[in-house]
Design a protein around this ligand. Sequence first.
Ligand SMILES: CC(C)(COP(=O)(O)OP(=O)(O)OC[C@H]1O[C@@H](n2cnc3c(N)ncnc32)[C@H](O)[C@@H]1OP(=O)(O)O)[C@@H](O)C(=O)NCCC(=O)NCCS
Length: 147
Amino acid sequence: MVLVDRANPTDRLDVERLIAAYHASEGAKPKPERISWAVDQVLRNRFPGVVLIGREKKAVVGVALAVYSPSAELGRVLVVNDFFVDPAARRKGVGRALAQKLLEEAKAMRVDRIDLEVLPTNTVASAFWKALGFRTQGRIIYSRDLL
Ligand SMILES: CC(C)(COP(=O)(O)OP(=O)(O)OC[C@H]1O[C@@H](n2cnc3c(N)ncnc32)[C@H](O)[C@@H]1OP(=O)(O)O)[C@@H](O)C(=O)NCCC(=O)NCCS
């Protein structure tokens, strides 16, 4: 059984470990300093958002990090930047429990909409988010790195 709650500072290393595993699973080289910085921003409420963890017994097996973004067009938007379940703990409802808690937290923050990106090759993530009622809305993401 999984228990999902907001992460606290003592969960930090587990949160960072799972986020690094997530980035590696997407083919990116994890940047520990950047991960630490992003987790710190949200955990210390320097930037509004939420860090959730899923625990099975004492082990942290899932993580979600989302940040709040005010949009003149869409209202209060919560953007999910990191979402990962340990491969050994998949297909047991951990992801669903994390997403449900995220929805609860979003409602408490009076969020109008939750946004996230999925790589075109990530069919599992697409199936997962669709199963949870998320839909694509025909948008294309453009990006330009500045560093
Ligand atoms: C996507 C991910 C978070 C799902 O976590 P999970 O704990 O395995 O998901 P759940 O067990 O809660 O599954 C919920 C539903 O999603 C769908 N789903 C999950 N994994 C699936 C798979 N491999 N194939 C098809 N559907 C799947 C199913 O509808 C499932 O319900 P069911 O088990 O009753 O059929 C996990 O696979 C993961 O961490 N992937 C790598 C990171 C990633 O892609 N993150 C999302 C990027 S935004």
